[in-house]
Design a protein around this ligand. Sequence first.
Ligand code: SOE
Length: 389
Amino acid sequence: MSETETLGIGMVGYAFMGAAHSHAWRTAPRFFDLPLAPRMAAVAGRDPDRVAAAATRLGWESSETDWRRLIERDDIDLIDICVPGDLHAEIAIAALEAGKHVLCEKPLANSVAEAEQMTAAAEAAAPRALAMCGFSYRRTPALSLAKRLVDSGALGSIRHVRAQYLQDWLSDENAPLTWRLDKTKSGSGALGDIGAHIVDAAQWIAGSNVTGVSAMLETFVEERPVGGDFVGLGGHGGTDGPKGPVTVDDAAIFTARFDDGAIGVFEATRFALGRKNAMRLEINGSKAALAFDFEDLNSLWFYDSAEAPNAGFRRILATEPEHPYTGNWWPVGHGLGYEHAFTHQAVDLVEAIARGEQPRPSFAEALGVQRVLAAVEASAADQSRWTEV
Ligand code: SOE
């Protein structure tokens, strides 16, 4: 019996995204028949004790205290970047130049200039080394099904795209300052962190690109405690300790035009009290409409105007074996979660590498998202002036 060839993975960072990616690399070969066997070779982080503990906890064979070591190692074929955006460009470009495949968390970079350099490096390295950006929501089965329905022509021509990403973890004005609130690390706030997801999902599912925007950005709380109890993404800071400046947006809203004639409304905020991870998309076509809300992630709502008049939206429980990805999991109706999209992302990436094909989303597609984010910032800085992407 021949052994499946391995794909050595080296991951940089081990916080929230590192844990999600580790889970994906561990799980993917256990539920999917992969052409290459991912080997969790090493995780890198600066603190030797903490990165060693993370390696043990998350299932990595070894740890390194410098990401450059991952790139030097001959047993590592793919660099998985799970650190804040200010490090993406340097790591990704070095890895691609060394002939390693790259999976890079979203948003691709902290600026269009960096994203352009990364895209140029990816194009120069392909097909020997392949690069993909981690817009993981594409791999949520109900959203993949939405894409399949639009591609099949079921919606007709797209007229409206309504996209929201609503969270509330910053509503407490004493939630502490974290790297997500520091522009030098994160590039932007709600816009890049969660707005990037809905721009990518909208462009991908609608099959067309945003060509111009009119936008507003707002920072509701301009200073926050520098310390405190860090819980989840936020936590609770002290009320009388020192404070530091928030240098990113708390909320972003914009209207948009797409290149196929559709118009769009986008909203991304961390201040939508009561909404925890409501990544929502509603698309109205000339024949049918669909709606999705990540807080009910196994459901896709579909309205077909050819059915009994005004029959209303019907719920498709996206857990049937013929739906994207679901046949490899549990019996119908048992449902999937947040982490499954990361597992599907790992599966699709390994399969693309084995075939020598460009995985999606490519860095070029992620650069397209970055250009929309930059247009939003430019418009918001100029009294919401209409700004071409
Ligand atoms: C925080 O806002 C965050 O974790 C994002 O960084 C992720 O990309 C998103 O999936 C959930 O929310």
